[in-house]
Write a protein that binds this ligand. Sequence first.
Ligand SMILES: Cc1ncc(COP(=O)(O)O)c(C=O)c1O
Length: 370
Amino acid sequence: MVAVGPDDAAEKAAWLSAVEAVIDQNGYCLGSAVETFENSCKEQLDVEHAFGVSNGTDGLKICLKASGVQPGDEVILPAYSFFSTASVIRQLGAHPVFVDLDPGTLCIDTALIESAITDRTRAIMPVQLYGQTSDMDSIMKISSDRNIPVVEDAAQSFGVRYKGNSSGAIGSAGAFSFYPTKNLAAAGDAGMVVTNDDKIATQIRQLRVHGDTGGYCHESLGWNARMDGFQGAILSVKLGRLKQQQDIRERNATEYLRALSENNLLDRIKPLERTPGSEHCWHQFIIQTDARDLLREQLASRGIDSGIYYPGTLPSQPCFADLPSAQKHFPVADNAALSVLALPVHHRLNEGDPSRVIKAMADIMEAAPH
Ligand SMILES: Cc1ncc(COP(=O)(O)O)c(C=O)c1O
């Protein structure tokens, strides 16, 4: 289900010539290939600032620090996401405060945020999970009422807009991941930080390079988190193909929804709901079912790959066992960990493939006990 590497000989040739240009320009760490990619992203996303970074995890760490998170602060986040949404908070010496999910979208339940706020809350970090945003109007209202910055984990939502605004740049700052399974995929690790705030942008620029303000003067502790020139060059090639690939993902998702309904499966297999106002890049096409493990096993035996993102909640991770917030109950997140299944939705599928996957699922469910 993972689309990695060039799609065809023409794309491979484009990668190689982009890489050759980096060698000719000697632009290995940041450099002109990264700058070109950053400028294209600024234009496409309509954001003021875009910074190529080493990966999405480093990008999140930079966003949190640039937004003022310090040791001892609390950061509110959903109880269900990729591990690094929470690990970056802890690595900064701050405390993750988990909140349960909206049962329809599996994004953060915004009705539960207020009660998680304390005097030490320094940021709210929604995760734009699976390719659509959270309910950002509600989150931004809490942010402005309580004067708490919003840092977006936009790792899975490059190019997605919420009511016209680019995910990642709705709050104070946000980070994308270009890990090879993402909709915009590098040939290795890479990420990007975006913001519309000039002051935060100045911090981000420094934090990306050891907190260097210029001339080896370090006013803060940053990281070595530069995007590599080769990745910038290849990402520019991939960005040029993104629109066409997104159209195919959209077509696949539409076909899944139609086939689920046509096969009368919607009472036992539920696709996620859409966040009103949000586009969707279909990083993943997720269904929820109590027959998840059976389906996954039987699909695999028919040569159909599927994935579980994620098999456990964040509060259940052993490294967070000492957190007071991890002692609470998160019934929606717990149920998600037992019931979600990602079906292949990438741009290399052919028309008709999603219908065949759903037909296979219908056959499996028919044979399965209710
Ligand atoms: C929700 C989420 N947050 C953060 C990350 C971290 O990104 P990266 O793997 O580029 O460090 C990922 C990527 O897997 C992710 O899916």
